[in-house]
Design a protein around this ligand. Sequence first.
Ligand code: IFM
Length: 861
Amino acid sequence: MDRAGPEPLGRTVEAVVVRWEHVQRGDGPAALRVRHRLAALSEHAVDLLVVTGRSARRVEATLAPALGPGTRWVWPTRSGRPFVSGPDGPEPLAGVAPGPPARAVGAFLDDLHGRGVGPGLVLLVPGRRDAELRAAGAAGRCATVPAAGPPEVLALLDEQLRRRAHRRVPTVDDDPAWTVTAPAGLARRAVDALFGLATGGVGTRGAAEEHPGAAPTVLAAGVYRGDGADQELRPLPVWTGLEVGGPAVAEEDRRLDLRTGVLLREERGAAVPLRTLRLAHAERPGVVALRAEAAHDRRHPGAAQRVPLGERATSSGHGRRRFARAGDDALDAAVVAAVQRRGRDGDVGTVERIARYATGRRPPPLAEVVADVDAAEHHGFDRLLRDQRAAWARRWEEIDVRIPDDPALQRALRFCLFHLWGLASGAHGGSGELAIGARGTSGRGYRGHVFWDADVFVVPALAAIDPDASRAAVRHRLARLPAARELARRRGHAGARFPWESGARGEDVTPATGLLGARPVVIRTGELEEHVTADVAWSAVHHAEWCREPQFLLGPARPLLVETARYWASRCRVDDEGRAHLDHVIGPDEYHEDVDDDAYTNILARWNLRAAADVADRAGVVHDEATRWRDLAGRLVDGLDPATGCHAQFRGYPARQTVALTGRLRPPVAADVVLGHAGVERTQVIKQPDVLMAHHLVPAEAGPSSLLPDLDLYGPRTAHGSSLSPGIAAAVAARAGRTDEALELLRTCVALDLEDLTGTVVSGLHVAAMGAAWQAVLTGFAGVRVEHGALHLAPRLPAAWSTVEVRFRALGRRLRVQVDADTTTVTTDLPVTVRYDGGPPARVTASATFPRTPDACGRPA
Ligand code: IFM
């Protein structure tokens, strides 16, 4: 016996599967109306599948007149082979073999999945005697309602149409592999940072629309206000603000869908809950969109007739359009335009808003920004959302990490990739430069100043994600070369010295004082933390090598290499025995200040001198200087003790006290707060990798066979008092084959933000840690390196993983590396040279599998 017809669904779906019997001619007025409803839904960007065994001609004759030429709909023919409607008539659905209708449903769902539409967003309505389709639905791949005839289908479609026509808030597909919920116990303001969305370099925190809190909701990469150390990211006009009357939201669920780049917020317990959904568009830089709904009476979320955007905003188009400008003439500015529409669906009030931000030294004229927002509105929210889902799905096809044995870590790493994509978005639609502040655009920690975090933590990650973005980050530094020259000159040196904390124009904005815990301290990093100059040069070379852009290095980026090398050449002191030194510096380990010959600084400076000499030779310029740089590089001491195989982190380090990192010093810990500034200086406790950081960035510059002795020495002495620390430590440990230790470090790294380990997420996400996490997987576990135009692989799996797959870009290719217990498989879209575990070069044209060789422990290496 057939069951009663389906209940209303109560939510919006993105695709509908019906049976031929629901739409066929001659089945009365209900079937005719179903055809018309399907046509109307397809106007709202809903995908359709009509399941039938009829011939293409018959189906076309019945449906085409109703559905019209722009509709995307699919059906299987008599042969069982699915066809998709196209502008020139039906075309076979690519890659699908003939088979029964259930297979067509499967193919349709696969196709949708590839466009970011998960099972929870597909409505399947089986026919009355339709065991086959019911079985297809029961497999959990879509939302299946009870069997129904045309009248019941009509009711379901009417509900969908009504929801779309009244701009109801859609939902997200709840796939645990992709959905991040608010971690229990985390402060709301921290979750706001976790749930930030970015496009075109503009970030919007996930703050409540009606109560955004004190932290600025919208920030843009490189848009600052103020001067000197006080210079900070400028809070921009807020597009999300809503006035919602009635009781404040007491309990709610927030879900960030990483797979499609959508944030959903739903009040719990209310009869008509407040719900909002927003996105920062992946394909339209700077375009953001929001829908909200709540009870129509006192709580209508669109109570304000206009988008707020702040007091200085102006309106046009009967107040529907609002625009504002923020910024002063000397610095980058932002322009924003927004439109909104209000609606009502019975007792539900709705609002839809679309805005477009543009930033830059000379942002585009307002008319252009308004035209963009008008175009986005014309395209329609439904289509913007559909395009967003598809764009993100394509991104994840290309860049991803898959660890089936560790779904929680997999999601955490995807969370990092998601926000790194957000950072990368700043390279698109802006000035061609990308300013990466310490917390991206997710908060004003460190006032948004640019540190070495950008150059050696984020750029390597971006190079493997989006080469345009890593190039833009290097260009940001390049454009600030004049300021770096000036800084070197003022300190009596040649060349260019980049500032420790860099401001809008590349000026030094490092503060002179700060707080250590609650105690005021003098900050000396601006004066002494000089390695950033070599880090900037390293990022240019890394980008060029990883992305295979030699012309970028020999052309536009060459001055970065040359000028930084000139700086080091004039900064070195050569002693009576001819050895070169860098005195009075702070290394990455900031617990020890004003030290001489910090290993990291010296090794990176040495690398910088040699790299500049190579570039000068290849470009055929400054030969005499290049010879001098090479000579000086050979003289620079690096603290390597041949007896122990270890590098001394700085002169005098071995004589400092050893302290066990246990009890209240258990890492990760701010050991300087626990032991005091002077106290920690007396010890060998270090904040973050210094010698090991050199091993990570320039392995060929570190002493031969020094990796394991250095790991043994510095691993137990590292407090991980900086968010930058655990990820790099993980990368180095994994490379050395200490994979289980590396895995623990990687877990700490991803917990920094997702569990707010250090209580600092409120002021933004630790983007360097995210870059380090991706490096730990890519260069650590998957063992990927690029050298001399070849892809080098030396993967190392921890015991807990039977496999890991990374998808990334390198050498102008789209690559996949899948590491299994006994084999490693490389897949590439264009031919690439691969050197596996130090073996001979192999040309891989599409895919190749390499046997994994046993390591010293007898396991595959
Ligand atoms: O650049 C880092 C530094 O290495 C440690 N303190 C925080 C800075 C900004 O993230």
